[in-house]
Design a binder for this molecule. Structure first.
Ligand code: PEP
Ligand code: MG
Length: 572
């Protein structure tokens, strides 16, 4: 039994077999084997090489005559590489004398050869590196091939380098019960979506690709980030106890369903829900959310090759509105880009710096047809219940005015066509670009409400990519600059009588509830899975006492100081 630690990204404890997915270019880390295991490791390597060779031969004969000449050449080249005595001898040598694992030997040899290829003058030969990677990749995949009795993905835990938001739903429908990734961040869109899908996820567990073998039995705790490989009897016992404890906690929290969200001193706090799917909508409604504060529409655009048309979008938005039966539904216009790149070709995949590129409202304004289709669908859904429109990535007054102009024109057109469109639909801005937060006074007269997107605000304010594990320590909402800016936005909004919520992940983290209340926040938009915990926290807090402690919070000079403040009020 071995334990590894990653960052907890989506709660839930699961027990299942590992399904290892190695990255395209083999990043197998250094792994050495015991002296007594050399012969066995060599046998594994030879079996995998033989299997790759047999596969190649099979493919060649199956496709005989049906191949364009150049494809045949590639196959021949691959076969040649697999037969190259120097390559094979070098691999054996690495296992025998250095005691490298077969996987690691393959990687070392691949890197050695890659250097030779890259040093070549001839562009054609240079480009053959891809062939080398393909061949090495085939051997790697045979090395990690699972025993024949394990089929499909059902009940399995995916162990991978990274998981894209676009593949999560599919993995779940294939039966994957949990995911562990060697990189990634707890506030990435993949993590947000995993929470929405109730898929336990641990990210940033750097050692997993080297330490976990395909088919290993794992216990993954998405709440603590712990991964147990080949659990012992005591671990299994503990796992069952944890399952029972979680069920108990859920039952206890369940008593708070539909209860008021009121502080000890009697102040009502509004809890809205973030939703990405119809399930989220159902859950939000059942738990007593006061509406949807953020309906992320981009998930409708992922995992498909064609853009959804007006009718399809309209049905989804209308059903969302109907699902909340009269409570306000805040539909956010498309926020594709950066880490939410789609397959429809809408997002420019070649941008050097996508987080600073054509995303959110910028993309909508650059692609008016796509945007109009979405706005028409949203406007039509307003005939079925209260709808608010939220615009992401606002950084200038012009952007919000441009969206407003489009909306007025489209609403008039739709009414002419005979559709019911509500009057005075509230239009709001996401405050997630620091410029918008700082210059809020310059455009607040153009918005009906605001929603602070701390996930992006933190990344842009601290210049720390929310998806880059290397800067995950820096990427934290607990920076004095973040607190000051959030406070400034809340105060400006309140001065103007403009409703303001926080819809970033911090809103759903019950540990952060006292901090947000101390900053004066009275509206939270959070994932329904966290709603009851935050309600429980709010019901245990005295708002006026917290507000009185805000100066100490704002006086903290670093993250530790802020954490100390949070811990001290948590213990009150
Ligand atoms: C945010 O940036 O905080 C936010 C809520 O939007 P998203 O996570 O979808 O970028
Ligand atoms: Mg955002």
């Amino acid at each position: 039994m071995t334990r590894l630690q990653g960052q907890p990204a989506s709660r839930g404890t699961v027990l299942g077999r590992a399904r290892l997915r190695l990255p395209q270019v083999q990043e197998t880390g250094e792994k050495r084997i015991a002296a007594g295991a050399v012969d066995q490791e060599l046998q594994r390597l030879h079996r995998a090489t033989d299997a790759a060779r047999a596969e190649m031969r099979e493919l060649r004969s199956r496709l005989q005559g049906a191949l364009p000449a150049e494809v045949g050449e590639f196959l021949d080249l691959h076969a040649m590489l697999l037969d190259d005595p120097e390559l094979l001898a070098a691999l054996d040598e690495l296992v025998r004398s250095k005691r490298y694992s077969a996987s690691y030997a393959l990687r070392v040899q691949r890197d050695r050869l890659a250097q030779v290829f890259q040093g070549m003058e001839d562009a054609y030969l240079k480009s053959r590196l891809d062939d080398l990677d393909h061949v090495i990749g085939r051997i790697q995949s045979f090395l990690h091939k699972r025993p024949n009795n394990v089929k499909g993905l059902s009940g399995e835990i995916l162990v991978c380098e990274n998981v894209a938001p676009s593949e999560l739903a599919q993995l779940q429908s294939q039966g994957v019960v949990g995911i562990v990734s060697s990189s990634g961040n707890t506030l990435s869109h993949s993590a947000i979506l995993a929470r929405s899908l109730h898929m336990p996820l641990v990210v940033g567990a750097s050692a997993v690709l080297n330490r976990i073998n395909d088919g290993d039995v794992l216990i993954v705790d998405g709440g603590s980030g712990e991964i147990v490989i080949e659990p012992a009897a005591a671990d299994l016992r503990q796992y069952r106890a944890r399952q029972r404890e979680l069920a108990r906690e859920q039952r206890e929290l369940g008593r708070l369903r539909g209860k008021p969200t009121r502080t000890v001193d009697g102040v009502e706090i509004t809890l809205l829900a973030n939703a990405e799917s119809q399930d989220d909508v159902t859950q939000a409604h059942a738990l007593g959310a006061r509406g949807l504060g953020l309906y992320r529409t981009e998930f409708l655009f992922l995992q498909r090759n064609q853009l959804p048309n007006e009718e399809e979008q309209f049905r989804v938005y209308r059903d969302t509105v109907l699902g909340m039966s009269g409570l306000p539904v805040t539909i956010r216009t498309l926020d594709l880009g950066a880490d939410k790149a789609d397959r429809t070709g809408l997002v420019v995949g070649t941008e050097e710096n996508p987080a600073l590129g054509l995303r959110g409202v910028r993309l909508s304004l650059a692609r008016p047809k796509v945007s109009d289709t979405q706005l028409r669908a949203i406007l039509r859904s307003s005939g079925y219940g209260p709808v608010r429109i939220l615009v992401p990535m606002i950084s200038t007054r012009e952007e919000i005015m441009a969206v407003r102009r489009r909306l007025s024109r489209l609403a008039a057109l739709l009414r002419n066509e005979g559709h019911e469109v509500a009057e005075n639909i509230p239009v709001g801005a996401m405050i997630e670009v620091p410029a918008a937060a700082i210059a809020l006074e310059c455009f607040i007269d153009q918005v009906d409400f605001l929603s602070i997107g701390t996930n992006d605000l933190v990344q842009y304010l601290l210049a720390a990519d929310r998806n880059n594990e290397a800067v995950s320590e820096l990427y934290s909402p607990l920076h004095p600059a973040v607190l000051r800016l959030v406070l400034q936005v809340i105060e400006t909004a309140q001065r103007h009588g403009t409703p303001v919520a926080v819809c970033g992940e911090i809103a759903g983290d019950a540990r952060m509830t006292p901090l947000l209340l101390a900053l004066g926040l009275t509206e939270f938009s959070l994932h329904p899975g966290t709603l009851l915990e935050v309600r429980r926290a709010i019901r245990s807090m005295d708002l006026s006492a917290l507000r009185a402690q805000a100066p100490q919070l704002l006086a903290a000079r670093d993250r530790r100081g802020i954490e100390r403040w949070v811990a001290s009020v948590g213990n009150d």
